[in-house]
Design a protein around this ligand. Sequence first.
Ligand SMILES: Cc1cc2nc3c(=O)[nH]c(=O)nc-3n(C[C@H](O)[C@H](O)[C@H](O)COP(=O)(O)OP(=O)(O)OC[C@H]3O[C@@H](n4cnc5c(N)ncnc54)[C@H](O)[C@@H]3O)c2cc1C
Length: 443
Amino acid sequence: MARSPLFHPDFKAAPYWWEAYQPTATDPVDVPARVRVAIVGGGYGGLSTALELAKQGEECVVLEAAELGFGASTRNGGAVSGGVNIGKSFSGKGLSVAPNRAEAMLADGFDAFTLIERLIAEEGIDCHWQKNGRFVGAWTPGHYRYQESRLALLNEAAKSDSYMVPRERQREEMASDFYYGGMVVERSASLHPALYYKGLLDAARRRGVTVCARAPVTRIKREADGWLVRTGRGEVRAHEVVIATNGYTGDITPELKRRVVPIASHIIATEELPADLAASLIPKMRTLSDTRRVLSYYRMSPDGRRMVYGGRPRFTQVGPEVSAPALHAHMTARFPQLKDARITHAWTGNTAFTLDAVPHMGQQDGMHYLLGCNGSGVAVMTYLGWQTARKITGAANRPSAFDAEEFPTHPMYNGNPWFLPAIGGWFRLRDAVDRKLAGMLGG
Ligand SMILES: Cc1cc2nc3c(=O)[nH]c(=O)nc-3n(C[C@H](O)[C@H](O)[C@H](O)COP(=O)(O)OP(=O)(O)OC[C@H]3O[C@@H](n4cnc5c(N)ncnc54)[C@H](O)[C@@H]3O)c2cc1C
């Protein structure tokens, strides 16, 4: 089949970020016979748990099913928020938890941002950390008013230094009139996700953490004095087990699998753009997102030459022949000046949503877990790993607001998200209707 002219001749169905660090499984380390803590899942969450455990003098192993960095942690958009999305319901409207809980979680969101910034500095991680803020475009005038109503909470609880930008001043933020104004969150940043991943991996290894690639955990069994963890490459006995599998949570932990909904997210990167065009698109090099139910998130590449454009045009894993043209259409709706920009990379990965739309850490059947990034996990999953490690070693001086006893499930949901295509279609329709109505009302 002839490929669409939207694709560059050198197109790769792989993350643009993998040009700098490609997940690898070379030199596989043996699975040790015994450790104090066995961590299942080698993304930001698992590595950050391991790094902090090692700092506290605890011996641990990270068991990753595939190559190191196979999961969302080298595939994401690299937008780092101070928790601006925490407590936002799945449909994007209203709070998903009681206001006082949302407030406590936003305060933890502030701490998560502080932690990631400190880790990057302390460990000398060269990952293009740029603290340039975020602009969240309002899809309708009603969404603009809703954003305005959240400002006080965001500024007080998450100290996010947020303010509104009316439509007349939107061009200070982006070379487009697409939105009805929006909100700037100054306390947010961007990074190169795969280089951040590599930096965490190097830091954990420097401190003696054993990281095993291609060691899928196939069974976890309780024993008198701890756990027996069986992998595809041998067994390990551990006093504690941590589950850090987020959007890839599987059948070895069925009680956790039915508490998270894996939702795919998709991204494209364009070819290098003419310098003046590239510089004009997002002049302050902020990260951008919007208030649609089916949101878009986008930014320039760290060198400022390409547009990296993500979203959820489908909620399930689909190939680039489906996701890339849809994302290109979303991108050119915002920036018609990019209509001729060809796509060099397209990729997809899984996030994990929870039924109350907030991240969770805690214990289930004696195992620790950190799960449910709800689409924003660069800072938060790093933070939950750190918190989990400190909880295990007794170093935490207060429980995290995400460490709630209640981790909701639903009797009709067993971990198979068969309903996602229907929900995706319904959300797309509702977005379109909202926008049409806004236009008819002259918003
Ligand atoms: C396309 C995309 C864009 C995103 N954009 C952003 C963004 O801009 N900003 C932001 O903050 N967040 C973003 N996210 C979310 C963010 O990437 C995640 O929250 C974060 O990477 C989750 O880290 P993690 O360690 O919990 O999970 P992951 O990195 O997904 O790692 C989980 C790992 O568990 C492994 N695993 C599963 N089962 C087993 C088993 N049985 N045995 C051993 N290993 C197992 C998997 O192989 C996987 O590698 C995005 C996600 C995607 C997919």
